[in-house]
Design a protein around this ligand. Sequence first.
Ligand code: PBG
Length: 331
Amino acid sequence: MHSFPRTRPRRNRVDGWTRRMVAENHLTVNDLIWPIFAVEGVNQRQPIGSMPGVERLSLDLLVPAVAEARDLGIPCVALFPVLPFDRKDPEGRESGNPDNLMCQAIRAIKREVPDIGILGDVALDPYTSHGHDGVVKDGYVLNEETVQALVLQALVQADAGCDIVAPSDMMDGRIGAIRDALEAKGHTLTRICAYAAKYASAFYGPFRDAVQTGGLLKGDKKTYQMDPANSDEALREVGLDIAEGADMVMVKPGLPYLDIIRRVKEEFRVPTFAYHVSGEYAMLKAASANGWLNYEAALLETLLGFKRAGTDAILTYGAVDAARLLRAAGQ
Ligand code: PBG
């Protein structure tokens, strides 16, 4: 006798309204953090070859772009400075200058677009002449000397009005040192987003083009960024950063590390961000430029995947594109 399935999962997929009603995860504009690159000068709009659609902007153009992001409902931007080579040195001293490009950008955004959050990257690589995220001696990035510089950098950013300081360097003990310094200076509400599980990844290549450190960098960052082979170690790093006073933690890169996001979220239940990094964005753009996939659909599917894995917010170069798509779809 012919038998029919009683349970047909396809019933709940049969029309749009049912699919909407049973959807388990949702991407909204509130999940998006937009990374942007600032350059000195005026009227500067510099395309980045390996990141189609992304530009380095001088502050007169960057501030209106941030206002547009705010108008779309994007809650936060992540700021990265791009410095001319003559402002770089082996110690990255410009990072502690209270009038550096980063602080100028923070002040300009806070003045003109006060109702958007600013996440300030705290790291030495845009400022060092060798492209490493710290002070190098005999080929090794020194931990304590670097942490001291990071503390100063975080303080000048907080003084300028930065809402969230985000150390992306992977030195040991930097979250605690920055937290103590912020408290001591009265910045009790400045949040710290720790790049807690940051891997030594091949997917950062286009970012290094964007901040013009790729050509400077000798060697790799494997003595401070994590080994892609490791997962328990990510939990250890996240645990340390939370204990030292981090308010949010980040996993980076994104797609190849969704398992880490899931483990972090399940273990710690703290705000957990993911960085959909430059190489991941470049892959989508390159494939779509060849007509091999649809950028918009693949972007939204990717970002939804982050939500499914347990991510609270996603740093993505596609934030504005995604915000527009979500708005057009009435979401
Ligand atoms: C370095 C930093 C990197 C990124 C953000 N901060 C690159 C690196 O570690 O070399 C990469 C972001 C991206 O690829 O989009 N402090």
